[in-house]
Ligand binder design. Structure first.
Ligand code: ARG
Length: 585
């Protein structure tokens, strides 16, 4: 379906042409004075210069051309030359009717659907998930859903940090604690044990212990580095132990992400890039791109147009294991081979922007990525506490994701228990849904690149620009619909008879505009602004209208059809944002 603003733009353009002016002046926009009109066209002001006429004169002839149209209830030429347009309720109703009957509410799929990889989540195996990973998961998940809504094939890749020093640290620590395990015996032949020698909670203790030890114990640190190097070079015992670490950790990660309603299509990690590293380094050297410099292998990626220095991308240091850039480049080799993507989007902390700039430049220069493939870095800001510093626990430690979701859920559970609307056995599930909405909307309603302050009270309030407020609006509509004595799906829209009704219809008719903008800019915050406005209009309408006690059955059916459509659009939007609404709250 065409956007409503485009439909009327076409019509106004025709009116300009009929009056003897260039049709391009007929561009219509949503009014910036909603108290005066719904749409406006400023074309007469611009046309005045070309035709050497008073703008008001042009606006008036165009207005006369449009006066007969059934689509407007009012067309006014206003000094110094604006055209103010008000839609006829019948036109708006028929537009919404068509929207309601169309797949995706008439939002057209992308005419050139793409294969897109989204690199998000990025947890580090065996290290606890923290708030930094939360933002990536929340933003990436929403963008993935938005891309899919437009018909793209989207592969969400978790890109685990599963190949770095933390693995060597764990291996070295396990060896010190249990030296007799077969993973460490050079003489071992045959299969390794099926069961892991640790549980997830033991693993969560092993890593920090080892990490702290390496800081004070030079010999231990050396052992860990050594183990990392040997693991990356195929040591059979370490590889078997690494697989056990992976099994235990991935099971735990899956549980954690499922709790957040975040779902990955590919559970790949840095380790999956290892097989591509050697040949990639060879290729980069053969092409003369990678050069030895001060004992390291580097690629110069500076460009004449750089305004600030972009240092060379370091691929291999004289000693030691795969570097971050090397892994990310080899991952690109692998992604190109496995998925042949049109675009790869990285949802990573914005402080990593230089790293990705370097990686992208090497990938382009070397042809690892085809020229037409788009590489995009979406860097997000930090989630801060009320003190403006990165969010911490009350004790001042790094806040773990699980602890945070638990805290919000308990806070919300207490609140809804007090309201006594939700039955006792539904409190936990309801609290979880509300907590997710609070957390995700609190994050997504900000522009991703900005830092924001996490405020539990504000995020979980049922009033104001919050996730729970949006859910509350949906729940309220559900409750009215459940009390309707007719068949909701048979209810038909009628032309608006009040301004509240028309305002709700107007904002509904703009769904396509907002969702397309959110898609174009990979910006879930655009959808948040939209649903906040939509929820506001729905609540006003509900307050000002006696829906269920309306005596005229046709009118009543119209009201029901309208709030039903509002509910469907709101539900679609929160689905795209990554959360859902309970039955009651
Ligand atoms: N594991 C990394 C971290 O915790 C994030 C990975 C981001 N993705 C990437 N392709 N480098 O900081």
């Amino acid at each position: 379906m065409e956007k409503l603003v485009d439909l009327i733009s076409t019509q106004v353009a025709q009116a300009f042409a009929q009056a003897g002016f260039d049709a391009n002046y007929g561009r219509v926009t949503v009014s910036n004075r909603p108290d005066l009109c719904e749409y406006q066209c400023n074309g007469a002001l611009a046309a005045a210069k070309q035709y050497k006429k008073a703008p008001m004169e042009i606006a008036e002839v165009v207005a006369t051309q449009l006066a007969e149209s059934q689509n407007f209830s009012r067309v006014e030429a206003i000094r110094p030359g604006f055209l103010n347009l008000t839609l006829s309720p019948l036109f708006l109703q028929s537009y919404l009717q068509q929207m309601a009957q169309s797949a995706h509410f008439g939002v057209p799929a992308d005419t050139q659907p793409k294969t897109i990889i989204i690199d998000y989540g990025g947890p580090n195996v065996a290290k606890p998930l923290h708030i930094g990973h939360l933002r990536s998961a929340i933003i990436g998940e929403s963008i993935k859903r938005i891309y899919r809504y437009f018909g793209n094939t989207v592969i969400g890749d978790i890109h685990m940090g599963d190949w770095g020093l933390q693995m060597g640290l764990i291996i070295a620590e396990v060896q010190e604690r249990m030296p007799d395990l077969p993973y460490f015996a050079d003489t071992h032949t045959g299969a390794y044990p099926d069961a892991a020698p640790f549980t997830i909670s033991q693993l969560e203790e092993i890593y920090p212990t080892a990490s702290a030890k390496a800081k004070v114990d030079e010999t231990f640190a050396q052992k860990a580095h050594n183990a990392t190097y040997q693991l990356q070079n195929g040591h059979p015992g370490y590889t078997a132990l690494w697989k056990q670490i992976m099994n235990v950790s991935v099971a735990d990660l899956k549980k954690n992400y499922a709790n957040l309603d975040v779902e990955f299509d590919a559970w790949l990690g840095e380790s999956d890039a290892q097989p591509y590293i050697a040949s990639m380094l060879q290729m980069l050297q053969e092409k003369g791109l990678a050069k030895q410099s001060e004992g390291a292998l580097v690629v110069d990626v500076s460009e004449p147009s750089d305004t600030k220095e972009v240092p060379p991308c370091i691929l291999v240091k004289s000693v030691g294991a795969a570097l971050y850039a090397t892994t990310d480049l080899a991952t690109l080799v692998q992604r190109e081979k496995d998925f042949h993507p049109d675009k790869i989007l990285y949802v990573v902390d914005k402080r990593k922007s230089l790293h990705f700039e370097q990686v992208f430049r090497v990938a382009r220069k070397s042809g690892i990525i085809r020229p037409e493939t788009r590489l995009q870095f979406l860097g997000f800001g930090t989630m801060n506490g009320k003190d403006g510093k990165p969010f911490k626990t009350r004790e001042g430690g790094v806040m773990r994701l699980e602890a945070l979701t638990k805290e919000i859920t308990e806070f919300v559970a207490k609140k809804i228990a007090e309201n006594q609307i939700v039955s006792q056995d539904c409190i936990d599930d309801t609290a979880r849904l509300i907590a997710m909405a609070a957390l995700k909307y609190g994050d997504l309603s900000n522009q991703a690149t900005k830092d924001y302050i996490f405020d539990l009270d504000r995020f979980s309030a049922f009033e104001g620009n919050t996730g729970p407020y949006i859910l509350y609006t949906i729940v309220r509509i559900k409750s009215i619909l459940s009390k309707y004595d007719g068949d909701v799906s048979a209810a038909r829209l009628v032309p608006a008879s009040s301004q509240y009704e028309k305002d709700l219809m107007l904002i509904l008719s703009r769904f396509s505009d907002f969702v397309q903008l959110a898609y174009r800019d990979s910006a879930p915050n655009v959808l948040c602004s939209y649903i906040y406005e939509l929820a506001g209009a729905a609540n006003k309408f509900y307050h000002e209208t006696k829906i269920l006690s309306e005596p005229d059955p046709e009118k009543k059916s119209g009201y029901i059809a309208l709030i039903h459509l509002a509910k469907l659009v709101l539900e679609t939007c929160i689905q795209l944002l990554g959360f859902s609404a309970p039955e009651k709250m």
